[in-house]
Design a protein around this ligand. Structure first.
Ligand code: ZN
Length: 566
């Protein structure tokens, strides 16, 4: 089963066979009068879907590793164009499942969550929207491609959007300013194009929503993310609590940063430069870093040891930045091989270590639930997924000396400060999307004006000194989630509040906290978000008290450190 990634055979699924076979199994399920027959049909459907998505994932990974590879460009297009048909079959399958006469017995066997997911999923699809979904897929690919083509000639080097980031935290203010200006020039040059892609996306998504009977895309966006136990009103309450409890602390942290790095104003090009002595950077080559990660996971627990050894022995990580590679980082899962895959762009910053903790946290969860009986249970909804990844960042904190040496204490401080400062930005991205999809007729200029207003509310310390383009309210254009996965972004902030809680639990009693974490990982996607939070022994982030209490602890830790010494 487990195979080195490069030796896994890719074969384009035969769509006709896939459709015919699916229909046959769905009919079997529909006609089954005994639990045994129904479960057999479900398992067959499960196996078929696993194989299809294993191929789709291999294609996605190989395409993102080299976006210029003509073969996988074509294969990627095949999936973009045909995934809607697969969605259609999934809908038929789910409809059969939830309307089955044996549903109560099936729920007992399979758990309630698959039925909750099926209910949500059915709201998000109808065959009429297939052409619109194809258009949406092509638009997100267009944005992704545009970002991958960004090429900068900076200080004698050829850089892309990932690799230029190393200069954004340069100790030399002129260098980081010019790096930022160079990067933002790319967005400015492509302003019309990016604004146009987004406008098309918003209009397409709105049309999809209206075709499905929604007022606008907001509720559909939530349903697509399979949110079964909270809604936009809960998220609005969450944002309010963030504004009240976190924004003031984030501003204080920015002020401290300004003093620490000795500038009279903290400008946008200073934000990544957190310490006068330079940001904490990992020591050694990518090979050294990977060797340290191996040591870390072997010491953390037998479970993580088994996991990371599998990843290494089977080339299930593509970590270093290369020409033509898609930007960013992600973790995905190959159902038939029962293995995760980690993709990233190492660039010599502490972000490289975050990949080995954050993405590895996702991967560890998938690895722990690799034997789940249902395809839908390999991983939970995104806000719950991010608990695994963000909490792993805290569980691995005691090992950071392996990567940072003398910079370790500085890294701890920086990590915690960044985690907290991220939350106001995260809710800003979320509020922006609510406004955008509630007002789909807005022009790009109006959208930018809205972003500016939101920035004032949640990120009052922002200073775009000398950059008229960013002053227009264009920062959102760099946030690929806004284009690719609408309404996803809030999930990071919800999960961060949960991860902070795991961190506190870990400091108090490591053994008990780790057990709870593994228990959570093993649950995979078999429960809803708030249920998983409960299983993990955590408090709901939608309760304003949770934020207040959790943040108190984080603040205490941050302000007990004399950061002037860094
Ligand atoms: Zn993540």
């Amino acid at each position: 089963m487990t195979k080195p990634f490069d030796t896994i055979n890719y074969k384009r699924p035969n769509l006709k066979t896939f459709v015919q076979t699916s229909k046959k199994y769905i009919a079997n399920l529909s006609q089954s009068t005994t639990i045994a027959d129904a479960l057999t049909a479900i398992q067959k459907m499960n196996t078929l879907r696993k194989t299809f998505f294993t191929m789709a994932t291999i294609c996605e990974v190989r395409y993102s590793i080299d976006t210029r590879d003509a073969f996988y460009v074509g294969e990627n297009e095949f999936f973009n164009n045909n995934l809607p048909y697969v969605e259609e079959l999934k809908s038929e399958y789910f409809r059969t499942l939830i309307n089955h006469t044996l549903r109560p017995e099936l729920e007992k066997k399979l758990g309630h969550q698959i039925f909750a997911l099926a209910d949500q999923s059915l709201k998000t699809f109808s065959p009429e929207i297939i052409p619109l979904m194809q258009r949406e897929n092509n638009l997100t690919t267009e944005y992704m491609k545009l970002m991958a083509t960004a090429e900068f000639h900076f200080r004698g080097r050829k850089l892309n959007l990932s690799t230029i980031r190393a200069y954004e935290s340069s100790t030399d203010r002129v260098t980081r300013r010019e790096a930022m200006e160079t990067k933002w020039k790319f967005y400015e040059t492509n302003y019309e194009k990016i604004g146009g892609i987004f406008d098309n996306l918003v209009k397409t998504r709105t049309e999809i929503a209206r075709t499905l009977g929604f007022k606008n895309f907001v509720e559909l966006g939530y349903a697509r993310l399979m949110r079964t136990d909270y809604n936009a009103a809960d998220v609005a309450t969450f944002r309010e609590a963030v504004q009240k409890n976190i924004v003031p602390i984030a501003s204080e942290i920015a002020k401290r940063q300004q003093n620490r790095i000795g500038v009279d104003k903290l400008c946008y090009f200073d934000e990544e430069f957190r310490f006068a002595s330079g940001n904490p950077t990992p020591k050694g080559t990518p090979e050294d870093i990977i060797a340290s990660a191996k040591k870390m996971y072997s010491e953390l627990s037998p479970q993580t040891d088994a996991f990371f050894t599998t990843m290494l022995n089977n080339n299930l990580m593509d970590l270093v930045a290369k020409e033509g590679k898609h930007t960013g980082g992600y973790c995905t899962f190959l159902p038939n091989n029962k293995t995760p895959f980690i993709f990233s762009n190492f660039n010599g910053t502490s972000g490289d270590i975050d990949v080995l903790t954050h993405e590895a946290g996702h991967a560890f969860q998938m690895f722990e639930s690799r034997n789940m009986p249902l395809f839908e249970y390999y991983y939970p909804t995104f806000e719950a997924c991010e608990i695994h990844s963000m909490s792993m960042e805290f569980f691995t904190l005691p090992y950071m000396n392996l990567f940072f040496g003398d910079d370790t204490e500085k890294y701890h401080f920086a990590h915690l400060a960044a985690a907290l400062q991220f939350i106001p930005y995260g809710v800003a991205v979320d509020e922006f999307q609510h406004i955008i999809y509630e007002n789909p007729e807005f022009t790009t200029e109006q959208r930018c004006a809205e972003w500016k207003k939101i920035e004032k509310k949640y990120l009052p310390h922002k200073n775009y000194e000398g950059n008229s383009f960013l002053k227009k309210g264009t920062l959102w254009m760099r946030q690929n989630h806004i284009f690719n996965t609408p309404f996803y972004y809030i999930d990071y902030t919800l999960a961060q509040i949960c991860a902070f809680q795991f961190w506190q639990a870990d400091v108090k009693n490591h053994k008990s906290a780790w057990q709870k974490y593994v228990r959570l990982c093993k649950k995979g996607g078999s429960e809803s978000f708030l249920k998983l939070v409960e299983i993990a022994g955590l408090k709901s982030p939608f309760d304003a008290k949770t934020i207040e209490k959790t943040i108190k602890h984080v603040k205490k830790e941050l302000f007990s450190v004399d950061d002037a010494k860094f």
